[in-house]
Structure formats: structure tokens, C-alpha cells
Write a protein that binds this ligand. Structure first.
Ligand SMILES: Cc1cc2nc3c(=O)[nH]c(=O)nc-3n(C[C@H](O)[C@H](O)[C@H](O)COP(=O)(O)O)c2cc1C
Length: 167
């Protein structure tokens, strides 16, 4: 059985809550859900076959602060043989030109180093531009808890079902 580890960065707690919801649906134990701000997170990366990385987007199209260092760690880590899935929270209304960009930044750091799973369709979202969209798809699960929280449960459920099939 694959060991799944969830690593998130969250400034006001939204992505943290989403990480917990995903963990529950994937039956991932709380001890395998890590805040990337914690020093242990780096050594913990090696414990897992499957890594879920979550970040909100801040500034205009920036990684969540705690990811600034962690993305370098992830980018230089040996991820060969691992599967990675990305999720994140953004605001498609106020930041329509940089919606969930952090997912795209993390994707570029790990591209070619691991098997990335969990791409999703952009249908049903309303935004102008996103670094998280590559070849017409989001590189992971994009959520907007500010404006579309009513859609999140279904989006998470669909994504978790997809991940289970891709694991
Ligand atoms: C100052 C500021 C800048 C933001 N910049 C972006 C952005 O560029 N793109 C985006 O999609 N969301 C942006 N957001 C929205 C946050 O990503 C969103 O509120 C998210 O749910 C926060 O999650 P967290 O509490 O896990 O950090 C911004 C929010 C604030 C307050």
C-alpha cells in the first residue's frame, strides 16, 4: 500500500482546512499531514510514495510564504518513483489574472522529477489567467473558498476519486 503524505502552506488557515478535508477523504492519518513551515517537513518528504502539495496564492501570483523555502527543497529532492498531486486555494474574482498561480509554480519545480497526477478541467471556473493551467488543464485541484465554497465539497470529492484511480 502506498504511503500518502500531505504537505500544505497556509496563511489564514484555508488551505490547512482543505488539507484536512482531503486527508479525511483519502483516509490519511493526521500525523501524515504536514505544515511546510515546520522544520521536520523536509525530512518527512522521504517517508512517502505519494505526496500531495497544497499552497494558497498570495501577492499577485506568488506562493504562500512558507512555500518560498520549501519549493526549493522540493525542487532539489529526489522524487523519482513518487507520485505527486497538487491542490490550492485562491480567489478567482479579486485575483482573476493570477488565480491559483502557486500550483503552476510548484508544478514547474517538480516537472520531470516525479509523476504528477490529479490534473483537472477548467470548466465551471471563471477567471482570466492562471499559471496553474497547462495545456488547457489545471495541474491540480484549484479551489476558491472565497467565492465558490459551495462547489468545493464536490470538487474535492471528484478529485479524491480521480486520485484513487491514478494511484
Ligand atoms: C493580499 C492577498 C493577495 C492574494 N493574491 C492572490 C492571487 O494572486 N491569486 C489567487 O488566486 N488568490 C489570491 N489571494 C486569495 C488567497 O489565496 C485566498 O484567500 C486563500 O483562500 C488563502 O488561503 P490560506 O489561508 O490557506 O493562505 C490573495 C489574498 C490576499 C489577501
Amino acid at each position: 500500500m502506498s504511503r500518502i503524505g500531505i504537505f500544505y502552506g497556509s496563511t489564514s488557515g484555508t488551505t490547512k482546512e482543505v488539507a484536512k478535508r482531503i486527508a479525511k477523504k483519502l483516509e490519511v492519518d493526521g500525523k501524515d499531514v504536514h505544515d511546510v513551515a515546520s522544520a521536520r517537513a523536509i525530512e518527512d518528504l522521504g517517508l512517502y510514495d505519494v505526496l500531495l502539495f497544497g499552497s494558497s496564492t498570495w501577492g499577485v501570483g506568488d506562493l504562500q510564504d512558507d512555500w518560498d523555502e520549501f519549493v526549493k527543497v522540493v525542487g532539489s529532492a529526489d522524487l523519482s518513483g513518487k507520485k505527486v498531486a497538487l491542490f490550492g486555494c485562491g480567489d478567482s474574482s479579486s485575483y482573476s489574472d493570477s488565480f491559483c498561480d502557486a500550483l503552476g509554480i510548484i508544478y514547474k519545480a517538480i516537472e520531470g522529477k516525479a509523476t504528477v497526477i490529479g490534473f483537472t478541467a477548467t470548466e465551471g471556473y471563471s477567471f482570466d489567467s492562471s499559471e496553474a493551467v497547462i495545456d488547457g488543464q489545471f495541474v491540480g485541484l484549484a479551489l476558491d473558498e472565497e467565492n465558490e465554497s459551495r462547489l468545493s465539497e464536490q470538487r474535492i470529492d471528484q478529485w479524491v476519486t480521480q486520485l484513487k484511480a491514478e494511484l
